[in-house]
Design a protein around this ligand. Structure first.
Ligand code: ATP
Length: 253
């Protein structure tokens, strides 16, 4: 397994935010993390990325206990794009994306062709090459988000963790990003609110509710009408799409 979590408990003050969460992210697969606001998705992703430590339970990365791996080694393989990623406003896009190469460089190594290639490819893949010299503060919300995703791709990660990466993007860039992540040969864990996008692109889904995992499996298995009612409090009809064979949710008015 690429990333595993075993019985994670995480609290803020007296509140238990994650309550016995276990999961397995398979190498090369795209795992979607769903759940209503406040169900614990961001908290879980922060733990998996090593930014917070669980109160109990265990996380492994490539079979090794995350606690025993130093920060730089984690950053060499795990890239994390947070929901509200910010950066120094005076930086240009290219400078932000170059930050992604930082974990791979030593004090003595100069900027290499491999570094340049990774940055150029990340800018191309996210459609941000044309904006490479623009200042961060001049970007729209969606462009900032794409620049942060480019930084994560420039990191050449084996595991990519994305917290609602499509929430500021127009529909074209939402679909492009989902397709891009689905086609990457790396493991990805992606928190999403758009259930149809999750159904179309993810290999597996995890659904959270109030800090617990309440469903896990393929989109077909997980996205049932009763789950949508119980977890998201919505009435919907779910059918296999005639266009892509994955489930498609029709919300009822
Ligand atoms: N710093 C904090 N202090 C107090 N409570 C917090 C803090 N961070 C998160 N929480 C609580 O933990 C719970 C889980 O929050 P989290 O951000 O992980 O949910 P989420 O599923 O990512 O939500 P959303 O879909 O709104 O992004 C929520 O009830 C939230 O209020």
């Amino acid at each position: 397994m690429s990333i595993t979590a075993d019985n994670l408990i995480w609290k803020i003050g007296r509140k238990t935010v994650l309550d016995g969460v276990s999961l397995q992210a398979e190498p090369g697969k795209m795992l979607g993390l769903l759940g209503p606001n406040g169900s614990g998705k961001t908290s879980l992703l922060r733990l998996l990325a090593g930014l917070k430590k669980p109160h109990s339970g265990r996380i492994t990365l490539g079979g090794q206990d995350l606690k025993t791996i130093d920060r730089k080694a984690i950053a060499q393989r795990v890239a994390f794009v947070e929901q509200h990623a910010a950066t120094n406003a005076s930086l240009r896009v290219i400078d932000v994306v170059k930050l992604g190469r930082f974990p791979h460089r030593s004090m003595f190594s100069g900027w290499t062709k491999a570094d340049s290639d990774a940055v150029d490819q990340a800018l191309e893949r996210t459609g941000m090459a044309v904006k490479r010299d623009e200042r961060w503060q001049s970007l729209s919300g969606g462009e900032k988000q794409r620049a942060q995703i480019a930084r994560a791709l420039a990191q050449s990660p084996q595991e990519l963790i994305l917290d609602e990466p499509t929430n500021h993007l127009d529909i074209q860039h939402q679909i492009n990003l989902m397709r891009l992540v689905a086609d990457l040969p790396i493991t990805s864990i992606i928190a999403l609110h758009d259930l149809n996008h999750a159904a179309m692109f993810c290999d597996g889904l995890i659904v959270m509710q109030a800090g617990k995992i309440v469903a896990t499996g393929t989109p077909e298995k997980v996205l049932t009408e009763s789950l949508l009612r119980d977890v998201f409090s919505i009435e919907a009809r779910v059918e296999a799409s005639p266009h892509h064979a994955r489930p498609h949710i029709h919300y009822l008015r």
